[in-house]
Design a protein around this ligand. Sequence first.
Ligand SMILES: Cc1cc2nc3c(=O)[nH]c(=O)nc-3n(C[C@H](O)[C@H](O)[C@H](O)COP(=O)(O)OP(=O)(O)OC[C@H]3O[C@@H](n4cnc5c(N)ncnc54)[C@H](O)[C@@H]3O)c2cc1C
Length: 261
Amino acid sequence: MTSWVPTPCRVVERTVETHDCVTLTLRPVTGSLPAFRPGQFAMLYAHGVGEIPISVSGIPADGTLVHTVRAVGAVSRALHDAAPGTVIGVRGPFGTAWRLDGVEDLLVVAGGIGLAPLRPVLGHPSRRTVLVAGARTPEDLLYAGDLLALSDVDVVLTVDRGGHDWHGRVGFVTEPLASIPLDPERTTALLCGPEPMMRFCARTLLGRGVPAGNIQVSLERSMQCGIGLCGHCQLGPLLVCRDGPVTGYPEAEPLLLAKEL
Ligand SMILES: Cc1cc2nc3c(=O)[nH]c(=O)nc-3n(C[C@H](O)[C@H](O)[C@H](O)COP(=O)(O)OP(=O)(O)OC[C@H]3O[C@@H](n4cnc5c(N)ncnc54)[C@H](O)[C@@H]3O)c2cc1C
């Protein structure tokens, strides 16, 4: 009954990623959780504070679950602060996963915490994988050390504001997208980040000839039930917890373009 009743899971590891993000590894106190797929999310319950949707940012084979949490409000702060040993409630897996069948060239584009739901696809077999990841400052780049160590992925990192020690790119993720070598028809693009970022990236890719049907985005809306009952996360005809978060760009584009939807 993981869709209704939270499974108690213990924090077995807590890694500080940036000044406001941590990665938690969770293990069920007893039994096991159903398998998660990349792009799906869990409802994480901080006891006495509340429950929020958080994507899986790692899917180890040992039955643990990995989530990266950015502290922005009461619940995410409580999860962020959870020390090893703390018990958290987990419901899930929920939502749609990144569609990776038949992928040839994989282009992964992430802004800020948007890299968390995309990290599990970086090991997916492909002809070529390119990751373009952006953050506000070099200190806000998630998993930077691990990413640069990936041998099978071409990694392009960019920041909005560099500093004296930053010798990499400065600018939005759309800029490298405009010039990186692409075989448009063979490219599957996965985008996750703030909605304007995803819109601009998709437009750049469409302009380069990537078919709209080859572009997927991950939508975010605040949620409560996680199982398509309460309507809290409605976005036009979609209930994002059930029909998303991963959505094809042809379905997502009109929703992303509608003002204040
Ligand atoms: C499917 C899905 C997957 C997510 N995955 C992750 C993840 O892997 N890691 C992570 O850190 N966060 C993720 N989030 C966002 C996370 O759920 C919100 O940050 C959280 O709900 C905030 O709750 P809070 O009580 O801490 O803060 P609140 O007090 O509810 O909100 C604090 C601030 O954040 C804004 N906010 C709240 N929820 C959202 C949202 N969904 N999108 C944009 N802004 C929001 C509010 O408007 C407010 O300004 C995900 C959201 C969804 C819908």
